[in-house]
Write a protein of this length. Structure first.
Length: 61
């Protein structure tokens, strides 16, 4: 999810959304247990997944 040339299509939206949910769960667990670095690394993945999902879900002209 951190590769600048990552390519995907709308057919993979369910998988991306599932991975986002899993990533957000990891972030919450890391925050609760004081693992700041793990939370930080997963926030980068979360940000990238949100951008991917937004880009695939937004209709193009």
């Amino acid at each position: 999810m951190t590769c600048p040339v990552f390519v995907t299509t709308p057919e993979f939206l369910p998988q991306h959304r599932r991975q986002l949910e899993q990533t957000q769960t990891l972030i919450a667990q890391a925050d609760r247990t004081g693992h700041q670095r793990l939370a930080e690394m997963n926030r980068t993945v979360e940000k990238n997944l949100l951008a991917i999902i937004d880009g695939l879900a937004t209709p193009r002209c």
